[in-house]
Design a protein around this ligand. Structure first.
Ligand code: ATP
Ligand code: MG
Length: 443
């Protein structure tokens, strides 16, 4: 099915003694799947991010398998297997909490022979056209993601020069970059994210079209963009991701109001705070401490919140009302791009709204503040704000002490369950205001 002239480099087999992938670094479940397929006479390969990460000496998060067996044939071989997906039919082989994804080689065929559908912008809606391993390689995004580790002889199969590109630490799109970005604009974010994660460069022909095509991201599914945001900023390389988004002109597409707010913040204080917060997030992940999407988005959208708040106040709105309006407006606007679930957007807004309460220090208010389920997050946020403007030292000193003040301790301990119960009751009553949005188009 593949026209070999389409392959830019000759296919290459890198034997076991010339690469660094060892079976002891592959999850035992993935090995079991590979061996079972192989013994049944099918081609069985580890593929994608796992091969790339293993070559780099990193520990892959998940292990994907590619095969020439159809999903139904895979299902016959494994009792613990279920078939999923409509756009892509995939087999999931389940071992306890680990899932090994087994995909049949797919082709990017446009000869109309298979089960494939595209919308008028060229985006793929559904494709179940099976193909050869070369076909499967070509439809992947980056050459570094298109390497196959064969269980048959422990070699790495390279059809597109990915082995060299991994060695040279470069992300290189397969095929014509503009066409591939138009097919799936999220690939622009993946380029930046994987470059940040792996400390790779982006090949100039793959990087050049990004600023020009960035606005295509607005048409991507907001649910998918939320997932991408978590991978960009909660995987331990948030600062590098942010700098990459900025450098490649993707910030206005992903976080439009924050991009505007940062551009109009002349002394750069908001950007400094943002970067400091992202560095702190990376440090927490390196130390295996928990991180929350609510805090992350509070940070990412803080510049937008500050700018909107200032605008509303300039229009004469009273401060407390302006704070609530700004929080709501920024959230609703951001939802057009990134589908931030309510369980994160509500605590995000609380973190913002609590900032104004740090200057109120009457005992009763202080106790209520200390007992608040979001106190710790809001206080950590205040510490970050000190980076941007040196004007919170007094508040910080007060609250640092108040947290350990035995005089408050009893009252705080008594109030905590009351507030938690109030919160649970509010959750049970459901959303304060229903905001219905039309279902996002695209993927
Ligand atoms: P990581 O899991 O470290 O974030 P990854 O490369 O494994 O990176 P996944 O989203 O797990 O990313 O995708 C697995 C593989 O599927 C990729 O390596 C790539 O070969 C292919 N792939 C993923 N997304 C796309 C896409 N948008 N277009 C084409 N191929 C893709
Ligand atoms: Mg992966």
């Amino acid at each position: 099915m593949t026209d070999p002239s389409f392959l830019p480099t000759a296919p290459r087999t890198i034997p076991r003694d010339q690469h660094a992938i060892s079976r002891k670094d592959i999850s035992p479940s993935a090995l079991r799947v590979l061996y079972r397929l192989h013994e049944a006479g099918y081609g069985a390969y580890l593929v994608g991010g796992a091969v790339r990460d293993l070559l780099l000496g990193e520990h892959p998060k998940d292990f994907d398998v590619a095969t020439d067996a159809t999903p139904e044939q895979v299902k016959h071989l494994f009792r613990n297997c279920r078939l999923i997906g409509r756009r892509f039919r995939l087999a999931h082989v389940v071992y306890g909490r680990e899932i090994i994804e087994v995909a049949t080689f797919r082709a990017n065929s446009d000869d109309g022979s298979g089960d494939r559908e595209q919308d008028e912008d060229g985006r793929v809606l559904r494709d179940n056209v099976y193909g050869t391993i070369e076909d499967d390689a070509i439809r992947r995004d980056f050459t570094a993601n298109a390497l196959y580790y064969a269980i048959a002889d422990f070699s790495v199969r390279d059809y597109l020069g990915g082995f060299e590109d991994v060695n040279n630490r470069v992300m290189k799109l397969i095929g014509d970059p503009e066409t591939r970005y138009r097919e799936d604009p999220v690939r622009m974010l993946r380029a930046v994210r994987l470059a940040a994660k792996l400390r790779f460069g982006i090949d100039p022909p793959s990087a050049d079209p990004i600023p020009r095509l960035a606005s295509l991201l607005k048409e991507a599914s907001s649910a998918r963009l939320f997932e991408e945001c978590l991978k960009l900023f909660l995987s331990g390389h948030a600062e590098a991701s942010f700098l990459g988004l900025e450098a490649h002109g993707l910030l206005p597409a992903l976080l439009p109001e924050t991009a505007v707010a940062l551009a109009s913040n002349r002394n750069g204080a908001l950007r400094r705070m943002l970067l400091e917060g992202l560095r702190a997030t990376d440090a927490r992940i390196a130390a295996e401490e928990p991180v929350s999407p609510a805090f992350l988005f509070a940070l990412l959208l803080w510049p937008a919140y500050c700018r909107t708040l200032a605008m509303l106040q300039a229009q004469g709105m009273h401060v407390a009302e302006a704070e609530r309006h700004a929080a709501d407006r920024v959230t609703v606007h951001q939802l057009n791009t990134v589908a931030l679930p309510r369980r994160f957007s509500l605590p995000m807004q609380e973190i913002w709204l609590m900032q104004a309460r740090f200057s109120q220090r009457q005992r009763k208010r202080a106790v209520r503040m200390l007992a608040h389920p979001r106190f710790r997050a809001a206080y950590d946020f205040l510490l970050l704000r000190q980076v941007a403007s040196d004007s919170h030292a007094e508040d910080i000193a007060f609250w640092a002490e108040a947290q350990h003040d035995p005089e408050h301790a009893l009252a705080v301990a008594a109030l905590r369950p009351v507030l938690a119960e109030e919160e649970a009751a509010a959750d049970a009553r459901g959303p304060r205001r229903r905001r219905r949005r039309p279902a996002a188009a695209g993927h």
